[in-house]
Every structure is written in structure tokens, then in C-alpha cells.
Design a protein around this ligand. Structure first.
Ligand code: DGY
Length: 344
């Protein structure tokens, strides 16, 4: 049985590191058991098992004396946290995205940041395509209609949706996940067009400007990372370019879309619908207007949520953490500049 770390407050359900002489690390959300036991062979691990992520002050407290932090996108890793954690030698984010981390601040302090690229591509692309199908074929509305007793007979005009074959998918951001979504769309007989900040050609995909993509697409699927240039990339002006029948799917990051503008567009009927796995504020407030639209499907950020993918992510995050603790190069490093000799 683990004993609490002396001098620390035990939160309900959290698990403190035993005094093993191994390098201390803090893990801000539970890991799959097999992955955790691998980590425990090489580090003294404290795992946060609370209902939600630790608060900012709790995270500061827990990382005060550790050399490694395994964080998630729910944790803010910023200068305040780093100031309070003088021994921190590595931050490993259990996510491919890292907009929760002040990367420049880490780099300035020569602390490597790890992430989990590649391992979640297929699961996230599946979820994006699930939203494409669910929105265009009105799956949630159709199920709700049964529950409301509205299924009376086979009706030739009931719950008509969009035919994917022959329609156009616009992929915004043609990185790993965008490409995986483009492959799925091609298999469904869709024409695929794409816009990317750093365009790389892909067979069968026409690269176009963003405005043209928005005007031509029947479905727009977002796959850009969240950086200052992509905050509200899709706002009122961009939504106004979309066809009134077109559907917007977002499995990237909530802030890529101006959510208030999206609510306005759905209310005005100027777009056909939306499928969102990510929101500007997570979890979404229960009274958010987006939840009231029948043509808007909102999911709780589950893009990578398969058993296989979450295990692979945790494995890679642990590999990054252990490499950093050992002073070795991280297998997936966001800021490799930290390995270059300091400028004099
Ligand atoms: C990712 O890996 O970036 C997922 O969205 C989880 O945060």
C-alpha cells in the first residue's frame, strides 16, 4: 500500500509516490495499468486519481519536487508552474496537441516537451468521419425522433440527408489526421479538396485557398493545430462563405472555430449543421446554445478514445517521460532546439 508523500495533502483517490530512491515524477491523470507498472520500474510515481484534472494550484504543489511531469491537455503548463518546479527536467504531454503548454517558456529553460504524434491518427480520423456520417445522415435526430414517438411509418420524405458519394469534402489542415480523413472520404466516393498552412501534395486531393474550400465543400473537416494563426480561423466571415447545406466538423481544437459565430450561423440556418468533438470551453456548459440545435452533434473530446490508441498514447508519453528523466533525447520531442548548444 502506498503511503502519502510527507508534507503533502492527499486528495481523495490520489496515489502518492513511495520513497524508492527513484526519480520522482507526477502523472496528472491515471494510466493503463500495464503502462503504469512499466513506469513504476524506473520512477517513483505519484498519480492523480481525482475526478477531474488537478487544479492549477494542486498541480503546482504536486510538481514542486519532481523531475518529470506527465500531463494531459487539461493541464496548463506555464511559467507559474515552471517557477514552482525548479527540478523539472521533462514535460511529457499525453496528447498530440500541446496548446496547453507554453512551449517557448519550456524551451527558454531548456526543458524538453514530449507529445504523442502518429499513434492517434487513425482513431481520430475515424471519429471525424463518424461525425461526417452522423451529421450528414442525421443519426442523432433520427434516434431522437424514435424516442419522441415520431416514427409512424416508412415515409419517403422522412429524415432525408446528404449523399456522401459525389459530394465534396474540404479538409482544413492536411497533416497526418487530415490525410487519414481524406483517404476515408475517397473510399466513400467523395471529391476531396484541401487547404493547408504548409501545403504538401496528396494524390487525388486538390489543394485550394481556404475561401474557395469553404465555398465549394459540402462537408468541411478541421485538422489544424491550435496556434495563434488558427485561433478563430473559422469565424463569421468564413461561415458565411459556406453553402447553406454544408456541414462543419471539428475534431481539432475548439478555439479554431468562433463558437458564438457558429451558433449564430446555425440559428440563422446559413449552414446545414455541425459535428463537434472539441469546444472552446471543455466541458461545454449545459446551457450552451450549441446543445439546443438538432443539427449540431456535440461529443466530449473523444477523438482518440479507443483502448488501443489510448494505450499507445500512454506508452509513448511514458517513453518520452523516462527518456527525459534519464537525460536522453525524447522519442517524440516538440522542441528539439533544447538539444542544440546554447547560443553565446
Ligand atoms: C490530442 O492528442 O491532442 C487529443 O486531442 C487529446 O488532447
Amino acid at each position: 500500500m502506498d503511503s502519502p508523500t510527507p508534507g503533502r495533502t492527499e486528495a481523495p483517490g490520489d496515489r502518492a509516490a513511495p520513497d524508492t530512491g527513484l526519480p520522482p515524477v507526477f502523472v496528472s491523470r491515471p494510466l493503463p495499468a500495464a503502462v503504469l507498472s512499466r513506469l513504476e520500474k524506473s520512477a517513483a510515481v505519484e498519480v492523480w486519481n481525482g475526478d477531474g484534472p488537478p487544479s492549477a494550484s494542486e498541480l503546482r504543489e504536486r510538481t514542486r519536487h519532481v523531475v518529470g511531469l506527465l500531463a494531459t491537455s487539461a493541464d496548463r503548463v506555464d511559467a507559474d508552474l515552471l517557477d514552482a518546479s525548479p527540478d523539472l527536467a521533462v514535460v511529457s504531454n499525453n496528447a498530440v496537441g500541446y496548446d496547453n503548454v507554453d512551449v517557448a517558456e519550456l524551451t527558454r529553460r531548456r526543458i524538453p516537451l514530449g507529445n504523442t504524434p502518429g499513434v492517434l491518427t487513425e482513431a481520430t480520423a475515424d471519429l471525424a468521419f463518424a461525425l461526417v456520417l452522423a451529421t450528414t445522415r442525421r443519426l442523432v435526430e433520427a434516434r431522437d425522433a424514435i424516442l419522441a414517438g415520431q416514427w409512424k411509418t416508412w415515409d419517403p420524405a422522412f429524415m432525408l440527408g446528404m449523399e456522401l458519394s459525389g459530394s465534396t469534402l474540404g479538409v482544413v489542415g492536411l497533416g497526418r489526421i487530415g490525410r487519414a480523413v481524406a483517404r476515408r472520404a475517397a473510399a466513400f466516393g467523395m471529391n476531396v479538396i484541401a487547404w493547408s498552412r504548409s501545403p504538401q501534395p496528396m494524390d487525388g486531393v486538390e489543394l485550394v485557398e481556404l475561401d474557395e474550400l469553404l465555398a465549394r465543400s459540402d462537408v468541411v473537416s478541421l485538422h489544424v493545430s491550435l496556434v495563434s494563426e488558427t485561433v478563430h480561423l473559422i469565424g463569421a466571415e468564413q461561415l458565411a462563405l459556406m453553402k447553406p447545406t454544408a456541414v462543419l466538423v471539428n475534431t481539432a481544437r475548439g478555439a479554431v472555430v468562433d463558437q458564438a459565430a457558429l451558433s449564430d450561423a446555425l440559428r440563422a440556418g446559413s449552414i446545414g449543421g455541425a459535428g463537434l468533438d472539441v469546444l472552446e470551453q471543455e466541458p461545454i456548459a449545459p446551457d450552451d446554445p450549441l446543445l439546443a440545435f438538432t443539427n449540431c452533434i456535440v461529443l466530449p473530446h473523444i477523438g482518440s478514445a479507443t483502448v488501443v490508441t489510448r494505450t499507445r498514447m500512454a506508452d509513448l508519453a511514458v517513453d518520452n517521460l523516462l527518456a527525459g528523466v534519464a537525460g536522453e533525447r525524447l522519442p517524440a520531442c516538440v522542441n528539439p532546439e533544447v538539444y542544440e548548444p546554447p547560443a553565446i
